[in-house]
Design a protein around this ligand. Sequence first.
Ligand code: HPA
Ligand code: ZN
Length: 391
Amino acid sequence: MTGLDREGSMQKGTHNKIAVPAKLIKALPKVELHRHLEGAFRLKTLLELARKRNLTEFPLDDEEAFRRIVQMTEHDEPDFLTFLSKFKADWYSTLEDPKRVAYEAVLDAAKENVFYMEMRFSPEHYARKSGFALEAVIEAILEGARRGADEGGVHLAFLVTLGREKLDANAMKRYIKICQKYKERGIAGIDLAGDELNFPPELFGKVFKGLYERTGFYATIHAGEARGAESVATAIRDLDARRIGHGLRTIEDPAAVELARERKIVLEQCLTSNRLTGTVRSIGKHPFPEYYKQGVRVTLNTDDPQIQQSTLNDDYALAAKHFTFGLEDFRRVNIYSLEGSFQPPEAQKALIKKYTAAFDAAIAGAPPTDKYGKPAKNTLHEKTAKRRERA
Ligand code: HPA
Ligand code: ZN
């Protein structure tokens, strides 16, 4: 009997603390609020793009050596700046390339049974070395990702990431203005990411304070990852953050934890990422369960699955193993995610209703379904992947 069948035979409400098997974790619909497209490229695609451009500064004939340059591997000591150094921007020959990586990244999320995703991307990354116009990059990514979402059956929105070490405040404002043209096509919010260590949040108050009132965009701010709790408190108070990327070190100041709890700030936790950036020594020492116990809205996310060589299912398995997370806990953090999504209230309500039905069906042992209610997602994905391989 499979784990899925075994769990499926249990009554709702009684299974919370029963270990959730890997197969059921995979079958659960999942909400992903924190995934960087630039950290979600397929390795094979990157190598193919590098070969196409004949980027001889990379080991083009040695996939393993190439992998060590663009992923965290067993050769890397966990470290924040080493992790950030894996994001390279050399790959793009034509706009078909960003379109393709976006398409593939959403299909890969579908394969993990991601139900709703806010995929973030950094237009500057694609424009920096290629010379592509920002609008052209944004349009290519929206188009490729949307096709992936339609094929894979994922509810999809976008966040635009602004890199702290890449853009000054005026450039950020220019980016945000461009983003406003793409609201209808799904850009739902703005993210501040990159080197928190050398670029603390207070440098960006002018960009983010009052952002929603000025533009209709909510913000999520990477904070409390490379810096301490004061960084989180500043992001909430002075940058009007509705969500915090990581917020791992909020725990260092009970007042900051209380601020996050009281304002219902969603902490986008990324367990595997935190271990690989050296922000926590081990998952057993992660503050996630303490936040959860105190009623802080913690959520489970990947961050950069390809760089980390992990999936969202792996992070769920870590929560099951180290925090004794059961099905009702998984349900709760996913509802936190949907309530923290940058969608208008009516859309949120509809998503939560649909999510709850999909979650109940999964724990009852039904095969996973996509956003159309069809069970065909993975089969479709595999067929598509095979077709692409043959092409
Ligand atoms: N921190 C900061 N910037 C990032 C990260 C991160 O974990 N991942 C991608 N960009
Ligand atoms: Zn991140």
